[in-house]
Design a protein around this ligand. Structure first.
Ligand SMILES: Cc1cc2nc3c(=O)[nH]c(=O)nc-3n(C[C@H](O)[C@H](O)[C@H](O)COP(=O)(O)OP(=O)(O)OC[C@H]3O[C@@H](n4cnc5c(N)ncnc54)[C@H](O)[C@@H]3O)c2cc1C
Length: 474
């Protein structure tokens, strides 16, 4: 039986200023940690998952290099020593800006939490540019569920190819298409190529994984468009040397179980027969952004990010900060550095106000550079105005990712796994279950059936003569 909504206080009972943080990603975690030494503050972090996800390494979970635990430690373990912080599991469904109350739901019921200050860092999800039905056959790469589903689909394709006696089917199974030539798509295509051409060598008796075809598709005319032409060209050449077919200027117009339809800029169409597709194109901010913007009379940009004030607050609501991937400010990109720094900025502003300072400081982003890895021993990086590619950039990439990974144990085991996979050629995290591959579709079918039942009930009620009372209402 659903529990009655549980209410949690705004000002904590001991009179401390109550900060509610939504989301346990980079933005939420960095806000919470930055408030650790504020004795006058109590923090409640509400997030829809119990873990802090290090998204930049998700592709390594999908391709069997790392385990999900290494990139997603439990948030309450990460914050166990921070006595002024507590963690609540819950998906925030409503923010009442007037009453300063956040409503969240979990399998345990509904919880309402009052706040003095609110920091919303619910991130972004995958965007299929209005074609949400593509998701059924081309999962995105945003969550642990996505990565495990993709792991099952990638390794499962090799397994099914080994079983098949039909050469056409084998070819379809050994064709992998990654949509989106940004950093995630490039990393994913590079890793599938290394898997097929190197890591799986000697694993099969009927098929030769080296015959696999890996295709990277994007509607844009260049790969890794956020980098300079020189670095983008170097990365493209490296990816092609790995055996990846790079098809740019090609828009995906259809996705089904057997393949993917494309249209180029001249209007010519083509089709790639493939069972395994990965969607790494496009992001859309959490729908909480649109809700907040509508209620505050603020604007959103094309990706659904909220146009915030220079200090990252919601227009008209200086007590509400919207940060990270949900915030639209100065054309800043949706990257981890922006989320971390805007989280620290929000925490800093709250602390300053509690000290009685009234002047609002604008958020100043410090660009520490950007990098993308293509394969083992090869990355590209733009740091401090300098461009680097190859092994040096890869070592830099390795160092930065280990530095920002949360938890000492995770850093040690990640380094060990990298040694196994990059110096050796093993993939120690290949475990995948049918449940992981099918769960999303089963849940979608369940939702669809529920919607159909609800529609039937409505139609039935509409057909009844006026005044008739349904025997049972649900
Ligand atoms: C595959 C991938 C690779 C990436 N690689 C890089 C990279 O190499 N370098 C880089 O700088 N950036 C990279 N990024 C981008 C970077 O990860 C994001 O910019 C960053 O995570 C944004 O942080 P955030 O806190 O705003 O959101 P997130 O990290 O997405 O966190 C959002 C949090 O909110 C929670 N949440 C969502 N909705 C609700 C709700 N309604 N109620 C409660 N909680 C909710 C989620 O569970 C999560 O805890 C990558 C992203 C992806 C997906």
């Amino acid at each position: 039986m659903p529990r009655a909504p549980q209410s949690l206080p705004g000002r904590s009972p001991d009179g401390r200023h109550h900060v509610v943080v939504v989301g346990s990603g980079f933005g939420g975690l960095f806000t919470t940690r930055a408030l650790a030494r504020e004795p006058g503050v109590a923090v409640t972090l509400v997030a829809s998952t119990g873990h802090h996800l290090f998204q930049p390494l998700l592709y390594q979970v999908a391709t069997g290099i790392l385990s999900e635990g290494e990139v997603a430690p439990a948030t309450r373990e990460v914050l166990r020593r921070q006595r002024n912080a507590r963690v609540l599991l819950g998906t925030v469904t409503d923010v009442d800006l007037e009453r300063q109350v956040v409503t969240s739901t979990s399998p345990g019921g509904t919880t309402t939490t009052s706040y003095d200050s609110l920091v919303v860092a619910a991130g972004a999800g995958q965007s299929y540019f209005g074609n949400d039905h593509f998701a059924r056959y081309a999962p995105g790469m945003k969550s642990i569920d996505d990565a495990l589903e993709l792991r099952g689909r990638i390794f499962g394709a090799f397994e099914l190819a080994e079983l098949s006696e039909d050469p056409e089917e084998v070819e379809k199974l050994l064709t992998f298409v990654v949509v989106g030539a940004g950093p995630t798509g490039v990393e994913m295509a590079g890793q599938i190529a290394e898997l097929a051409h190197r890591a799986l060598r000697g694993n099969f008796r009927h098929i030769d994984p080296r015959r696999s075809r890996i295709v990277l598709v994007d509607a844009a005319p260049t790969m890794l468009g956020a980098f300079s032409d020189k670095l983008s060209r170097a990365a493209t050449a490296q990816l092609e040397a790995l055996g990846v077919e790079v098809r740019l200027g090609q828009m995906v117009t259809g996705v089904d179980a057997d393949g993917l339809d494309l249209r180029d800029q001249g209007g010519s169409t083509s089709r790639i027969a493939t069972r395994c597709k990965v969607w790494a194109a496009g992001v859309a901010a959490s729908p909480l952004g649109a809700q907040l913007a509508e209620r505050a009379g603020a604007e959103t940009d094309r990706a659904g990010r909220v146009r915030v004030e220079p200090d990252c607050t919601l227009p008209g609501h200086p007590e509400v900060f919207v940060i990270g991937d949900m915030m639209a400010l100065d054309d800043l990109p949706g990257v981890a550095q922006v989320a971390m720094q805007s989280g620290k900025h929000a925490a800093g502003e709250i602390s300053r106000r509690l000290r009685g300072e009234t002047q609002r400081r604008p958020f100043r982003f410090q660009d520490k550079g950007s990098m993308a890895t293509v394969s083992r021993f090869y990355a590209i990086a733009e740091v401090g105005g300098r461009e680097v590619s190859g092994v040096l950039a890869w070592v830099l990439w390795l160092g930065v990712h280990v530095f920002y990974l949360i938890g000492f144990k995770n850093r040690v085991t990640t380094l060990l796994h990298w040694f196994v996979s990059f110096v050796g050629r093993g993939r120690s995290e290949r475990t995948a279950t049918l449940q992981q591959v099918r769960a999303r579709q089963a849940l979608a079918a369940q939702d669809e059936a529920e919607r159909a039942r609800a529609q039937d009930r409505l139609t039935e009620a509409g057909d009844r003569p006026r005044g008739d009372t349904p025997a049972q209402s649900t």
